[in-house]
Design a protein around this ligand. Structure first.
Ligand code: KG4
Ligand code: ZN
Length: 341
């Protein structure tokens, strides 16, 4: 089965053609980062307008790169939740238009399910990498969500939340701390880069809720402590100090994320852990999860960077799973800010 996936939930317009076995034939992501950068975060109205401008060329490009026409497709999958409703609607309406005009089946996909299944995508660079079997326990850490799920199968009804953040998402904390340090938006990649050259022991940070045996997270406290540091000492100017602050923040956050993911798997008697979401692109988190899981005899599966951050290939794959079991959505498919998980 060949599925066209469409993604427009936040600040990337994406389209991808994916086979139901996960093979990615094309994956086009048009980022709006430059558009929102000067506001320090995503401006919903600007996002919707930019999706409306870009969706047609992005979909055309995805079909061209995959060397397929609309008539070669077996279905259309589109992110319809959660996200900015105005942004989601652009993708949903576009997907309905194509599906209706070509008589193709249409399914809405929960963006979070896309992230949880992104580990199954097969890109040229990781075609032969092992894939997990079900069940697995996954950490989904992005700009809007940070939760641990048990995943028993490839659809939303087989994903169960085991614990999540009480306040900020991990990616949101990265973005806020970067803003505080004058590093721009999005914060994750910059902090990741600077942390690699920083001395994490210079301003040690306690990992938030690390000692609590629940699977909940909290990232607002560490963000406030970083803000207090900047208020007390002024915004650091010298690069070594900025890098040290980034390193200690990242150490604390990745430490608790990795520990609780492995702890969740052990508590639930599951022997596989998976990473997903934009924060899963973080080098330290990837390393920590691999090391910690390995030490506990748990298999870890960490997708390549392109599968971690927002993309339409993961939506196409999750859509293929729904289409494969006969699911269909009607022309009344709506966009909503709430996840189905
Ligand atoms: O999954 P994603 O692309 O979009 C959402 O669904 O939110 O995640 C975006 C988030 C942003 O907060 C960004 O700062 C963070 O992922 N991020 C990272 C890294 N790359 C992206 N956080 C930490 N380290 C990174 N290397
Ligand atoms: Zn996402």
């Amino acid at each position: 089965m060949l599925v066209l996936g469409i993604e427009s939930s936040c600040d990337e317009t994406g389209a991808a053609v994916v086979r139901s076995d996960g093979t990615v034939l094309s994956d086009v992501v048009q980022s709006q980062v430059d558009l929102h950068a000067r506001y320090g975060g995503v401006v919903p109205e600007l996002a919707s307008r930019d999706h409306a401008r870009n969706i047609d060329p992005v979909v055309r490009e995805a079909l061209a790169r995959a060397n397929v026409g609309l008539d070669d497709l077996d279905g259309i999958a589109v992110t319809n939740r959660p996200g900015l409703v105005g942004a989601l609607l652009v993708g949903v309406q576009f997907a309905k238009g194509i599906a209706w005009s070509r008589g193709l089946p249409l399914v809405g996909v929960d963006h979070l399910v896309g992230h949880l299944l992104a580990v199954f995508l097969r890109r040229p660079a990781d075609e032969d990498a092992p894939r997990p079997e079900f069940p697995f326990v996954a950490l989904l850490a992005s700009g809007g969500h940070t939760s641990i799920y048990q995943v028993d199968g490839p659809t939303a009804d087989a994903c169960r939340e085991l614990g999540g953040t009480r306040d900020d998402a991990a990616g949101e904390a990265f973005d806020k701390v970067a803003k505080l340090l004058g590093l721009g938006y999005p914060g994750g990649p910059v902090i990741d880069r600077l942390a690699a050259i920083g001395d994490a022991s210079r301003f040690p940070q306690k990992a938030p809720m690390a000692s609590v045996r629940s699977l909940e997270f909290s990232f607002s406290g560490i963000k406030s402590r970083m803000a207090r540091h900047v208020a007390d000492h002024g915004r650091p100017k010298d690069e070594a100090e900025i890098a040290a602050l980034c390193a200690s923040f990242q150490r604390a956050v990745t430490d608790v994320l990795a520990k609780k993911l492995v702890q969740a798997a052990e508590m639930n008697g599951v022997s596989r852990v998976v990473l997903g979401g934009g924060v899963a692109a973080n080098r330290e988190l990837r390393e920590r999860v691999k090391t910690l899981a390995n030490a506990r005899g748990i298999d870890s599966f960490v997708p390549p960077l392109a599968s971690c951050t927002d993309n339409a290939a993961m939506i196409a794959y999750a859509g293929a799973a729904r289409l494969g079991r006969g699911d269909r959505d009607g022309w009344d498919l709506t966009a909503t800010s709430q996840t189905s998980l």
